[in-house]
Design a protein around this ligand. Structure first.
Ligand code: ATP
Ligand code: MG
Length: 567
């Protein structure tokens, strides 16, 4: 398969720089025309939206060029890794809509990597260093000053072999010695200054148990794993650019001929405003209870976004829009929200919910009467049909939609002013009842029977339209409103303060007395809705028989248009 396949009707977009690389390789007949990628997460945390960017690229490139993409767990540090993370990572990838060719593990290659290390020792290209990590670090030098050679650098091959086997046999303690590549302590590339290949870790591994006592470092595992597996294009983030010469160095020593070699290509990481994206920091938020778990809807994790009501389509569209470049930057989270709104606008059924209710009594409406009012499910999608809402004498409306002494431009409910109740009647407020504290308990209004749809005065124009639910025919609900998790635009850049001090104390507001229309009775966890006039919401899995719980996915208003104007 040597050419780009464009499905019919698929938009012709210009290639991103990675696609251009791949097409050039294909045109030159490299790797026998094969395209193979991998997505290589370390199973030490849940995936975040930054990972989604890598996933879309790794799986997307394979799909586009009829290649394959493996899911490869980079499980070279048993201390931080866990099967819980392995499972969640697989679910997240599938939820995003991708499928791997097969699941593989860096640990699948432990034997081959060990054998390769032995080969390098035999060839005089690796040695066992008995210095401490601190001593080794001290001898590294600086980019402008060469490093110092270790006193163990030139020990005989046999001694190195013997010590390396002993490291693996478990008789030596962690940190007592490491295996280093013997390259060049004066290299301008710091990664070439005798990098560590293996260290001793005395901790059971989630797959290999206690078989291994030595574990390969990233630089000695990644490229070789790519090679063993047949990866042609190893796509990773920009911070690995400086590792690429070392990646190539080991592959050159490993490859058998010129018919195949993997190639590393770097792209920019995704950073989002008002968010942290490092797994270490996200883990800390979870461990310290700053959020309610990895799937807290305020988290930038895939499980968090899913719980919040973001859709895979929205996330993929967002990633498509931001693209892949060679420059690191920070993306406005409003752009992500824009993509979510755009998708939900197309698919979310419209329903009525009153999140801060006050009772409205239509005094001239018969007490025992119920009318079913037809409402359109989605004006963007006629095939979505309609549903009915019960209209009764006692209703709930939003407290914010009423003002006793309203300014001139307040077009909602105020004494003497007509407003329309959505898909029902025009009503006029006639008075209120207050409690001893002066708070409004009930609002009274009269309706005009001629203003219902189909009636003579149905087209009468009034300035305000309010949403409502029937007091009797509605369900109790809890609504969780989310705001930014961090108060500053780029928490990672605030060096003075610990990132925990930058958390927004008001990132979660829980409203417990909400009412939603009966139509939601059978709503299932994760179902998306638009609450008319309020925003997009989804059903939280905390819902139960007695009470529905909703998350605000995103507000209705598009703040992104403002952002665009600024640019
Ligand atoms: P973190 O720095 O958040 O802990 P990581 O890079 O250590 O993440 P890995 O599990 O090693 O996480 O990452 C798997 C893949 O996802 C790598 O190829 C990595 O380059 C990519 N990746 C990680 N974070 C981002 C990001 N913010 N944007 C794009 N790709 C990312
Ligand atoms: Mg990593």
């Amino acid at each position: 398969m040597n050419e780009t396949k464009m499905g019919e009707g698929e938009e012709k977009k210009s290639l991103n720089f990675i696609e251009a690389f791949v097409e050039k390789d294909l045109a030159e007949g490299k790797n026998n025309g094969r395209v193979q990628t991998r997505f290589p997460p370390e199973p030490n945390g849940y995936l975040h939206i930054g990972h989604a960017k890598a996933i879309c690229l790794d799986f997307g490139i394979a799909e586009r060029y009829n290649g394959i993409c493996n899911l490869r767990f980079d499980d070279t540090n048993p201390v931080k890794e866990d099967v819980e993370y392995v499972d969640s990572i697989m679910q997240d990838i599938q939820w995003l809509g991708y499928n791997w060719n097969k699941v593989v593990y860096a640990s699948d290659y432990f034997q081959q990597l060990f054998d390769f290390a032995v080969q390098l020792i035999r060839e005089g290209k690796a040695y066992v260093d008995e210095q401490s990590a601190e001593e080794i670090a001290r001898q590294k030098g600086t980019p402008t000053q060469p490093g110092t050679e270790s006193p163990y650098r030139n020990r005989p091959v046999e001694e190195n072999l013997n010590l390396f086997y002993r490291m693996q046999e478990g008789e030596l303690t962690e940190g007592s010695m490491v295996l280093r590549a013997k390259i060049d302590m004066a290299s301008p590339n710091m990664h070439f200054r005798d990098p560590i290949m293996y260290r001793i870790i005395d901790h059971p591994h989630h797959r290999t148990g206690t078989k291994w006592k030595v574990y390969p470092m990233y630089d000695f595992a990644h490229g070789q794993s790519d090679y063993f597996e047949g990866v042609t294009h190893s796509l990773c983030t920009l911070e690995f650019e400086v590792h690429r010469p070392l990646y190539d160095y080991f592959i050159d020593l490993l490859k058998k001929d010129d018919s195949y070699r993997p190639r590393q290509i770097e792209f920019n990481r995704l950073n989002l405003t008002y968010t942290v994206m490092s797994k270490r920091k996200l883990l800390q938020l979870v461990k310290e209870g700053r959020v309610n778990g990895w799937d807290d809807p305020r988290m930038p994790t895939i499980v968090g976004f899913r719980r919040r009501g973001y859709t895979p389509t929205a996330i993929r569209n967002f990633i498509d829009k931001i693209g892949y470049t060679k420059y690191d930057g920070i993306v406005d989270v409003a752009l992500l929200e824009h993509a979510v709104r755009e998708d939900l606008n197309a698919i979310a059924p419209r329903v009525s919910a009153v999140i801060n209710p006050v009772k409205l009594i239509i005094t001239n409406y018969p007490e025992d009467r119920i009318e079913m009012m037809e409402t359109v499910n989605n004006p963007e999608d006629p095939s979505a049909g309609t549903h009915d809402m019960a209209f009764t004498r006692e209703l709930y409306i939003e407290r914010e939609d009423f003002m006793e002494d309203a300014p001139k431009k307040f077009y909602r409910m105020t004494p003497g002013q007509e407003v329309r109740l959505r898909c029902a009647y025009i009503v006029k407020c006639t008075g209120v009842k207050k409690n001893d504290a002066g708070e409004i308990e009930e609002i009274y209004a009269e309706y005009d029977p001629m203003t219902k749809s189909g009636m003579p005065d149905s087209n009468r124009k009034v300035k305000g339209t309010l949403h409502w639910v029937s007091a009797k025919y509605s369900l109790p609900a809890e609504v969780r409103l989310y705001d930014r998790l961090f108060m500053v635009e780029n928490p990672a850049e605030e060096k003075e303060k610990d990132f925990l001090e930058l958390l927004n104390p008001d990132s979660l507001t829980v409203l417990t007395n909400c009412r939603v229309e009966m139509e939601l009775k059978h709503a299932k966890p994760y179902d998306n809705f638009q609450f008319q006039r309020i925003g997009y919401f989804n059903v939280d899995p905390d819902s139960n028989e007695d009470k529905l719980v909703f998350n605000r996915t995103v507000s209705l208003k598009d703040t992104w248009s403002k952002v665009k104007d600024k640019n």
